[in-house]
Design a protein around this ligand. Structure first.
Ligand SMILES: [Zn+2]
Ligand SMILES: [Zn+2]
Length: 371
């Protein structure tokens, strides 16, 4: 890919003054700064492109070479490679220009980019029933988390006072040491990298800028979730420190045990007791589902342990279409008590069965002889 012309990148003419170049760059830097465009790769590219163009055109000698020879005149000399020693990174270009706190919403003595921290992600473990997972639900959550302090609006200083710029590091949060050719940056010990010192801490938050508070919120739990499902609620984690963005909230689902249904993926499993007569004669059963009841016809001569499948009576598929199935295993239950009539009928049945077995036995013997 060919490099864009630096003047074109900044949107200025070739005869632009230093001041015009500076303000053009400032406009682009504010617009495409990574802090304002998180996770936006194209904005980051534009930001870097603008920074590179500015680094060349703001330098009189580099600009002259660029004007004569184009990109070839400045390649390897002026074009910054990020993080290279001596260049100092994007922050320094911007910092030299106008100071970070100024641009990104803070006060002039406020925090710089390097101190803004994203808030922590939070995890909330939510136990729900199988029925709730089946239908989906709205969960009311109460989440203790760190939020920006109202009293000081997050800057940590008592009302009527302001944090002071750290004298040791001049507000950068870092102290640079020259070690031979390289310049090494270390976190400032006086302010612990915050770039500012609070003389009178806010009483609401003890100067931290954040307080723990219980946040109530509603979270929609979609149908079909299962144990281990994670739902991300963007920006509902802890507030960031020093103007950083909030973290995310993750709701982790746990399903309680159910006394009738077992679940595997989107399928459900249950069992149904049947009588000997139902097993022998066939029957229409009323099977419990998570929705109510469903009819199931079992054929004559059903054996205990036979599994029947009720299509689409299982769990909804999360984020998809359709449902799993319900598998019902039937168990023939031997009665432990009998009414007089049942006893009489069963005795008759037993008698018939005896005859039946004897007859069969006889036939078999005959077969054995002549077969
Ligand atoms: Zn406070
Ligand atoms: Zn400091």
């Amino acid at each position: 890919m060919s490099k864009r012309d630096y003047y074109e990148v900044l949107g200025v003419s070739r005869t632009a003054s230093d001041q015009e170049i500076k303000s053009a760059y400032r406009r682009l830097a504010v617009r495409y700064h990574p802090d304002k465009n998180p996770n936006d790769a194209s904005a980051e590219e534009k930001f870097k492109e603008a920074a590179e163009a500015y680094s060349i055109l703001a330098d009189a000698e580099q600009r002259r070479r660029y004007d004569r020879f184009g990109h070839a005149g400045v390649s390897g000399t002026g074009a910054p490679s990020w993080g290279a020693p001596g260049f100092g990174g994007i922050e320094d270009i911007l910092g030299d220009l106008f100071g970070f706190g100024d641009v990104f919403g803070g006060s002039r003595s406020g925090p710089r980019r390097s101190t803004a921290q994203r808030g922590a992600d939070l995890r909330y473990d939510l136990e729900i029933s199988l029925e709730e997972a089946y239908r989906g639900m709205t969960a009311q959550l109460r989440i203790p988390r760190l939020e920006t302090c109202d009293t000081c609006k997050g800057n940590g200083a008592a009302p009527g006072t302001k944090p002071d710029t750290c004298q040791t590091c001049g507000g950068t949060g870092q102290v640079r040491y020259q070690q031979g050719f390289f310049s090494v940056a270390r976190t400032c010990h006086a302010c612990r990298g915050a770039g500012r010192v609070i003389k009178t801490p806010c009483s609401g938050c003890s100067g931290s800028g954040r307080i723990e508070r219980e946040k109530q919120m509603e979270v929609r739990i979609p149908a079909g979730v299962e144990t281990g499902s994670r739902l991300r609620v963007q920006g509902e984690g802890e507030s960031g420190a020093q103007g950083g963005p909030s973290g995310d909230l993750y709701v982790v689902i746990h399903l309680g045990e159910h006394d009738q249904f077992e679940r595997q993926g989107s399928n459900l499993y249950s069992s149904a007791p049947i009588t000997f007569a139902q097993a022998a004669l066939g029957a229409e059963l009323a099977i419990k589902t998570l929705d109510g009841q469903e009819k199931l016809k079992i054929p004559m001569g059903t054996q205990t342990g036979t599994v029947f499948r009720l299509k689409a009576m299982g769990m909804p598929v999360l984020g998809g279409r359709g449902r799993g199935d319900l598998f019902v295993s039937v168990t023939v239950v031997t009665p432990t008590t009998l009414t007089r009539e049942q006893r009489k009928l069963l005795e008759q049945l037993a008698h018939v069965e005896d005859q039946d077995l004897e007859d069969k036995g006889l036939v078999d013997k005959v077969r054995d002889i002549f077969g």
